[in-house]
Design a protein around this ligand. Structure first.
Ligand SMILES: [Zn+2]
Length: 131
């Protein structure tokens, strides 16, 4: 993991911080005697990750500011190009720079806030990058 690259390191650290906040019960008391971390179902693992990711993105990209900046960026780019996917990717890069958070996370936050569709997120961010 490229921890030396601030936009990725900040994302990783924020997500780990959110695990500590969200899973306080387990961290505080430990798992119940009969439970093992690997006894979680796949769905429980997914839920734990999705919750931490969502909270992490909410902290890194304050909602009102993110919506304004993202919409302004897309509006500006659409004046010079009709290629919406390229405009979305360019805004991902612009916001990575502005917020110092990896553009993949910009894509997820824009998706979560309904600024782009799930398909646009996959096409322009998550399917193009290895996590
Ligand atoms: Zn995690």
């Amino acid at each position: 993991m490229g921890m030396s690259y601030a936009p990725r390191a900040r994302l990783v650290l924020s997500e780990e911080f959110c695990h500590i906040v969200l899973e306080y019960d387990i961290l505080n008391k430990g798992l119940p005697k009969e439970a093992h971390a690997d006894a979680l179902t796949d769905q429980q693992h997914i839920d734990v990750e999705v919750d931490a990711q969502f909270l992490s993105l909410a902290i890194l990209f304050p909602k009102a500011k993110f919506i304004k900046v993202f919409k302004d960026c897309l509006g500006q780019r659409s004046k010079t190009s009709n290629d919406k996917d390229k405009n979305i990717r360019d805004c991902g890069d612009a916001l990575e720079n502005m917020f110092q958070i990896w553009s993949l996370a910009v894509g997820y936050r824009a998706r979560d806030l309904g600024l782009i569709t799930v398909e646009e997120c996959k096409r322009n961010f998550s399917n193009r990058l290895q996590m």
